[in-house]
Design a protein around this ligand. Structure first.
Ligand code: FES
Length: 101
């Protein structure tokens, strides 16, 4: 099973492949910041620190929301960071992330 870690903490979770970041951690008692849980509000945005290749590609709904989130950020500081939505991003391997404020 893949492991998911939260950067800056000692927390690591074993998750089922194909589950979303949010659901897999919620089932283990870790409630991540969230809102709609449907991919449209962006409240669950996270930065992927390691293993971006180990998340399944973003669907249209997730990508549209990521694009909207990114448009609100300073391009100088946000360039090159991998943003995903924990309620939509499905795990396929080891990932380290941190919630985004
Ligand atoms: S909780 Fe709204 S987009 Fe994930």
């Amino acid at each position: 099973m893949p492991n998911v870690s939260i950067a800056g903490s000692t927390k690591t979770f074993e998750v089922k492949e194909g589950e979303t970041l949010y659901d897999s951690l919620y089932e283990q008692g870790e409630v991540l910041p969230h809102g709609c849980l449907a991919g449209s509000c962006g409240a669950c945005r996270v930065v992927i620190v390691k293993g971006k290749e180990n998340l399944m590609p973003a669907g249209v709904i997730e990508q549209n929301t990521i694009d909207s989130v990114r448009s609100e950020l300073d391009p100088k500081t946000s360039q090159g960071i991998e943003i995903r939505l924990s309620c939509r991003a499905k795990v396929a391997g080891h990932v380290t992330f941190k919630p985004m404020k």
